[in-house]
Design a binder for this molecule. Structure first.
Ligand code: UT7
Length: 331
């Protein structure tokens, strides 16, 4: 039997127009451009304006994906949106996007895996393609983190931003595209990066709002340690599983949470600095958006050639983490 793999036939990304610099944040909380840059690598991030939400960013990504892939909306079979900041609990962001782009034959859903949302989405989409059941799968990673940020909490509000990106997956019989993946989850880490309120555990109430429990809370130091270890280990694991070393990788696209995490993870798994894509300086941490935006930028800037091995790795709340190995081929 001929085996099918999923290849990425189009990528796109989108952000809100409004930029918030570190200097803007200096006016809101007790922080400094110098601290943010040296501790995280971030200089600025994009933030939504009034009345803008994750489905708006996703719709913009989806429209670009249709143009770039040459597909019509009714050829899309499935829409998967990785996000922890959906417009609503229900309907799903995927349903809103389906309606916005008039993808009349698509079904789909939102996928909640925080910073691993795009990696988990690619794995899910790839499995759908490999099953032979679907031809065109749209995967989007998006977050409007400012909707859950506490601008009185300098531990979190300086690191996140809004934005998203995505890809169209199609099947190929040429053994390229997404050739391997390793996904992990460890729920014992859940308490270290959490939005405590607003769900069924602590439904919205006057008290929950007064206690600021609808905002994201993070134990930064603990997450930092797990992120370095998790991202380095899973990247090294997928390389050795495929008999590759860091030298074989043309481009490493890690989740953009902190430049120090990226540097440490890349060093630990033997990938030289010039092969590591870093754009956190301009976007901050867009959660499910980071890898999708970075991959789209890399394609746009012609940083990937046919035959290249590209490694995508994430770590985030849950804890969730994983790697996807792509043998690039657009033809
Ligand atoms: O994407 C999801 C996964 N998330 C992550 O991977 C994030 C992981 N964590 C981190 O990236 C880092 O832990 C942070 C960037 C969140 C914090 O950096 P850190 O180097 O761990 O800082 P810290 O919490 O140890 O704080 C060091 C100092 C403290 O002051 P003292 O106690 O040394 O006087 C903080 O109060 O920096 C202070 N500080 C700040 N100063 C200015 C903490 N936040 C700020 C701030 N501006 N925004």
């Amino acid at each position: 039997m001929v085996s099918i793999t999923a290849k990425i036939v189009a990528t796109a990304h989108s952000t809100p127009e409004k930029v918030m610099t570190n200097f803007d944040l200096e006016k809101i909380v007790d922080t400094s451009d110098e601290w943010i840059k040296s501790r995280t690598g971030i200089s600025q991030r994009y933030v939504v304006g009034n009345d803008e939400a994750s489905s708006d960013i996703s719709t913009s990504v989806a429209k670009k994906l249709l143009i770039k892939s040459g597909l019509s909306a009714d050829e899309i079979d499935v829409i998967i949106i990785g996000t922890v900041t959906p417009d609503h609990f229900t309907p799903s962001t995927a349903a809103i996007v389906q309606n916005n782009i008039k993808a009349s034959n698509a079904w789909g859903f939102d996928l909640s895996a925080a910073c691993s949302g795009y990696i988990y989405g690619l794995e899910t989409g790839s499995a759908f393609i490999r099953s032979g059941l679907y031809k065109n799968v749209m995967v989007i990673g998006v977050d409007t983190m400012t909707s859950i940020l506490d601008f009185q909490d300098r531990d979190t509000c300086v690191i996140f931003g809004d934005g998203g990106g995505g890809a169209i997956l199609q099947g190929t019989q040429n053994n390229h595209g997404i050739i391997d993946s390793l996904l992990h989850m460890d729920g014992s880490g859940g308490k270290y990066l959490i939005v405590p309120g607003g769900g069924s555990r602590l439904p919205a109430s006057k008290k929950s709002v007064e206690n600021r429990e609808h905002f994201i809370k993070q134990d930064g130091k603990t997450v930092f340690k797990h992120a370095v270890r998790g991202m380095a280990n899973v990247s090294a694991e997928i390389l050795s599983k495929n008999n590759l070393t860091g030298d074989d990788i043309s481009l490493f696209i890690p989740h953009q949470a902190n430049k120090r995490i990226i540097d440490a993870a890349a060093e630990k798994c033997g990938i030289s600095k010039d092969k590591v894509l870093i754009n956190i300086d301009r976007y901050g941490n867009t959660t499910a958006g980071t890898i999708a935006i970075a991959l789209s930028e890399a394609v746009e800037n012609k940083k990937i050639n046919d035959g290249d091995y590209v490694l995508l790795s994430s770590f985030g709340a849950g804890f969730t983490w994983g790697s996807i190995l792509v043998k690039w081929n657009l033809s």
